[in-house]
Design a protein around this ligand. Structure first.
Ligand code: ADE
Length: 282
């Protein structure tokens, strides 16, 4: 376990006195973001379904002199989300920031995704994000303003192999724009962050068989490598910070140019697109 302070490029004390909720804050990107925000003086509230990683990350933060609490919450359950934000309001007095990082998906060709599987992904990635935004707003941000960062993914050219996640994340980008406008009057900024292929522990979930493919895809990205958790965390930190005071409704891509240029899917040879000719052949 790494107990050294997080080496942020941002100024110490940037978030002193602020409370920031990070969903999925126990592992991967969420953990890294929570570590950075805590190193900059925020009290971070880590929320996810499984308590153990949350406890571990909270202990890491405290071991570095930071301040953290955790609470188990299934973001697909409305009452649990409401209880989370009511609790934060009660314990901390306000919710100044929210990072909607929790999500979950699985690789499958679209034709094999069951309705249950589809709903599970959409409920976590889209509905869960909506519920967290709404409850943060109701509990605190409506009165005191705040900043929300919705973590999505690089799905700009569709998301072959993960149709459910691509559709849900695209929905979150649109939700981000809507909330940015509806909540501007309350001083709430709402932005999205779209990481490309990032080397996180979460990549292992896709199984050993997929790892060579992921390495090959990384070599195709203009940056010629995967991104790091720290590169995504720095972008989230910027969006939460006063340096982004005039940024709302935006989506910041942290993808090494991958949304502009990279292979996402192999298309087998086929003749499924016979051309349409306007003129009859002579
Ligand atoms: N991470 C993945 N799925 C989640 C869920 N339903 N609630 C909270 N964190 C999650």
């Amino acid at each position: 376990m790494n107990h050294s302070a997080y080496p942020s490029v941002f100024r110490p004390g940037l978030f002193s006195g602020r409370t920031i909720v990070v969903t999925g804050g126990g592992t991967g990107l969420g953990r890294c973001i929570a570590r950075e925000l805590a190193a900059l003086g925020a009290h971070v509230v880590l929320a996810a379904r499984t308590p153990d990683p949350l406890k571990t990350t909270a202990s890491e933060i405290e071991a570095c002199g930071g301040s953290a609490s955790w609470r188990s919450c299934n973001i697909r359950r409305e009452e649990e989300v409401a209880a989370l934000f009511a609790w934060v309001r009660e314990e901390r007095g306000a919710v100044d920031g929210l990072v909607n990082n929790a999500g979950g998906q699985f690789v499958s060709p679209a034709e094999d995704i069951s309705q249950k599987g589809w709903h599970a992904v959409v409920e976590t990635c889209l509905t869960g994000t909506f519920l967290c935004c709404r409850e943060a707003y109701r509990a605190s941000m409506r009165e005191r303003g705040g900043s929300i960062v919705n973590v999505v993914s690089e799905m700009w050219r569709g998301f072959p192999g993960m149709a459910h996640s691509g559709a849900a994340r695209a929905g979150v980008v649109n939700l981000t724009k809507t909330l940015a406008v509806e909540w501007a009057h309350a001083g709430v900024r709402v932005n999205a962050l779209a990481p490309g292929l990032i080397r996180t522990t979460g990549l292992q979930k896709y199984g050993e068989a997929l790892q060579p493919f992921l390495e090959e895809v990384a070599r195709d990205v203009p940056a010629k490598r995967m991104g790091t958790e720290a590169e995504v965390s720095a972008a989230a930190t910027f969006l939460l910070s006063p340096a982004a005071a005039y940024v709302t409704g935006a989506t910041l891509c942290v993808d090494g140019g991958g949304s502009l240029w990279r292979k996402t899917w192999s298309i087998e040879d086929h003749e499924g697109f016979p051309p349409f000719e306007g003129f009859a052949p002579e």
